[in-house]
Each structure stands twice: as structure tokens, then as C-alpha cells.
Write a protein that binds this ligand. Sequence first.
Ligand SMILES: O=P(O)(O)OP(=O)(O)OP(=O)(O)OC[C@H]1O[C@@H](n2cnc3c(O)ncnc32)[C@H](O)[C@@H]1O
Ligand SMILES: [Mg+2]
Length: 204
Amino acid sequence: MEILFATTNKGKATELRAAFKNAGITATIKTNADLDRPPVVEEYGTTFEQNAKLKAHELADYSQMLTIADDSGLMVDALDGAPGVHSARYAGIEHNDHKNNAKLLAELGGVPLKQRTAKFNTTIVASKPGHFDQDLVVSGQCAGLILPAPQGEDGFGYDPLFFVPEKQKTFAEMTTAEKNSLSHRGRAISQLLQKLPAWLEQFE
Ligand SMILES: O=P(O)(O)OP(=O)(O)OP(=O)(O)OC[C@H]1O[C@@H](n2cnc3c(O)ncnc32)[C@H](O)[C@@H]1O
Ligand SMILES: [Mg+2]
């Protein structure tokens, strides 16, 4: 089986491929990087589900492949849920992981650790070309704390700042397998893998 993962984020692709492999699924996962001039999707939705659908539908139409998309974000309690669906472009037009992390630290200023609670969400949508009314939608969450300084070198995005109390580590201090075992994305992927077989059957 060949699946398109409609993403431009290499870190997400690494985690999804590892989780599929760990579950014994032998599907070939392609991403936007494997397509010739893939469309750039504008993520103008106001929810994770809307944005995941925008990505899944546009790339499914373009590729005519079975397509999944992931829309994720970080909700920080002391910032009333920001950056939320705006997590990718938190630092503005010329955003990158480093600038986004710097902005997050600046916004949290002198907030004490106990009050730096946050939650990650991943929503994954699976779409079959021509059957967008039958999308499969799953989500996963993970709770943690935003550290006052980065810790760890692995992962991507906000990983060096996101501390998971039960492991006493940031996501950037975990292996891919360890992060997948408890992360928002790992949990969404296990939901996806549970529901995918029955969902695929309706198209046979
Ligand atoms: O839309 P695609 O192409 O999939 O890739 P993206 O990086 O733009 O991803 P999102 O639109 O879902 O934006 C999510 C933002 O949150 C960050 N992010 C998502 N998952 C994360 C994770 O597991 N750990 C740390 N940061 C994460 C990511 O780096 C983005 O800045
Ligand atoms: Mg994006």
C-alpha cells in the first residue's frame, strides 16, 4: 500500500514512518517532497481539523493518492491557548522553529514554571480522492510544561521547550520511539491505525 502524507515537515514524516514500522505496517509513506511541484496549501482554517482537511484534500486531488494530513499545535494556558492553530507562524511571516521558540519564551517572560502548563494537539485526517465526505478524523493530546530555556537536540519545532513531567525530559531529549509512545502525534497515529482497516474496507 502507498500513502501520501501531505506534509512539508520532515520531523512529522520521521515520526509517522517510525510509528507505522513499529506497528508492523509495511505501507510506503510518501510526502510532498516526493511529488513534482506539489501545491502549497494555505492553512486558513480556524481549527486543526479544518487545516488538516485543507492539506489532505488539496494533496489528494493533486496526487490522486490515498492521503493523510496532520495539523498540530501547542496551547499554552498562561497565553490563553496561544499559539494554537497559529503555532507554525507564531513568529510572523519569516517564521522558523528558532524564532517561534524565542517568541514563546518572550511571551512567557517571568511566568513561574508551575504556571507554564501546556498541551499539544495533533489532528490527523485520512482522505480518499473523490470521497471527501467520508474522511477519517482522529486526534491525540499530550500535556506538559514550557521550560524557561531549551533542553535537548532531537525532534523539531517546540520540542526543546516541551517538558513531559512523567518522563522528566523534553521531547527533544527523547528518541523518536519514546516520543511516539506518549506524544500527541503518537496517540493520534495509534487511533488512526486502529480505525484505518475498517475505514478502508468501505471503499472496496
Ligand atoms: O503543515 P505541515 O506541512 O504538515 O507542517 P507544519 O510544520 O507547518 O505543521 P503545522 O501546520 O501542523 O504547524 C504546527 C506547528 O507546531 C510545531 N509542531 C508540530 N508538532 C510538533 C511536535 O511534535 N513537537 C514540536 N513542535 C511541533 C511545528 O513545528 C509547527 O511550527
Ligand atoms: Mg503547516
